[in-house]
Design a protein around this ligand. Structure first.
Ligand SMILES: Nc1nc2c(ncn2[C@@H]2O[C@H](COP(=O)(O)OP(=O)(O)O)[C@@H](O)[C@H]2O)c(=O)[nH]1
Ligand SMILES: [Mg+2]
Length: 356
């Protein structure tokens, strides 16, 4: 490592670990695509000043890039999934060839011709079938949302909506911070509470940077994407994404650098979990122990059972904490917190936009 970058690292460290009396330092952790950066955007919407017109416009290239990446990834897997899917209409063939020959790099200019070809391809039932099998390859979450909105996004006067911004996926490769204030309810003493919330990259290669900001962190919000049960990692397609989350949670739980921090687990992407289960997704295929799992709490349907199973997996990590371990005393018993619990903690109910 060069001297210059070492100095920069030290400076970053100083910046990120600076103490600020009275300010709560929250760190978002979780695997790649679990939803960390989306929480930051939600904080900006809820507690800062949202997105201005020019900030919204700045997201247009990212949104179009999401479209390009999605359609390319779907089309390039039509023949690689087993069994492969066929195009429904002969005329879609030219569109598919056009998109594939552009390659995985974004077009320098998004022309009308490009959008027309994407539109033709996305309407093809064979392409839709490949999309529905996206757990067999890697595809960003926002694919369907943006491809369905192609007719709006392609317009020259298009301005992204707040929802578009929340759906837009941009890989985080650095550490960023958002500062915000939240009104404390009178029952908790009133006034304003200040928060610094940190966002990091979640992929395996990014995790070594986390150590830089661990010092002084009061609370870790650990995100688990509930819908990950049938997906594999982008970094290693032999590893189940949900299992990676459980393993990472365990690593964080035992990490000496954050042993004094409160640990709150968010079960994120529940809307996607619900849809997958309604469409016949089966947890047992990926977690065989699920078939023998009987929840202690009453639950009415498979969706609730799946959530309780994940909660059970997290609680198991805690149960394994030896009585005399230094961590067992320092750690706020976490396991499972709903928005209501957080309301009662220090973060104020509006912290959670999501249905958690
Ligand atoms: N449907 C749905 N999508 C979500 C949710 N949370 C995040 N996403 C999407 O998941 C993708 C990855 O989220 P991101 O915040 O970038 O994940 P990160 O890698 O942990 O920062 C983005 O396209 C988000 O819009 C959620 O609760 N529901
Ligand atoms: Mg991110």
């Amino acid at each position: 490592m060069g001297c210059k970058s070492k100095k920069k690292e030290d400076k970053d460290h100083e910046l990120y670990s600076k103490k600020f009396m009275g300010t709560q330092k929250l760190l978002l952790l979780g695997t790649g695509e679990s939803g960390k950066s989306t929480i930051i955007k939600q904080m900006k919407i809820l507690h800062v000043n949202g997105f201005s017109e020019s900030e919204k416009k700045e997201k247009i290239p990212n949104i179009r890039q999401n479209i390009r990446e999605s359609i390319y990834d779907i089309l390039s897997h039509m023949n690689t999934i087993n069994p492969p899917e066929q195009l429904e209409k002969e005329e879609s063939k030219t569109a598919v060839e056009y998109i594939l020959q552009l390659g995985p790099k974004e077009p320098i200019e998004y022309t009308d011709e490009y959008f027309d070809q994407v539109d033709i391809a996305w309407r093809d039932e064979g392409v839709k079938k490949t999309f529905r099998r996206s757990n067999e390859y890697q595809l960003i979450d926002s694919a369907e949302y943006f491809l369905d909105r192609l007719h709006i996004i392609r317009k020259t006067d298009y301005i992204p909506t707040v929802e578009d911004i929340l759906y837009c996926r941009v890989k985080t490769v650095s550490i960023s911070k958002i500062e915000f204030e939240v009104q404390v309810p009178k029952s908790f003493g009133g006034g304003m509470a200040e928060f610094w919330m940190y966002d990091v990259g979640g992929q395996r290669g990014e995790r070594k940077k986390w150590i830089k900001i661990f010092s002084g962190i009061e609370t870790i919000l650990f995100l688990i994407a509930a819908s990950d049960f049938d997906l594999t990692l982008r970094e290693d397609n032999k590893i189940n994404r949900l299992q990676e989350s459980f393993n990472l949670f365990e690593d964080i739980y035992w990490n000496q650098f954050v042993r004094d921090a409160g640990l709150i687990v968010f079960l994120n992407k529940q809307d996607v979990l619900k849809r997958k289960i309604q469409q016949g997704g089966n947890m047992t295929e990926y977690f065989p122990e699920y078939s023998d799992y009987v929840p202690k709490e009453s639950c009415e349907n498979e969706y609730d059972k799946a959530k309780l199973f994940m909660k059970h997996k997290i609680e198991f990590t805690e149960l394994c904490c030896p009585i005399n371990s230094p961590n067992s005393k320092a750690r706020i018993p976490s396991g499972w917190r709903t928005g209501k619990h957080i309301d009662k903690c220090k973060c104020h109910g509006t912290l959670l936009l999501k249905d958690i």
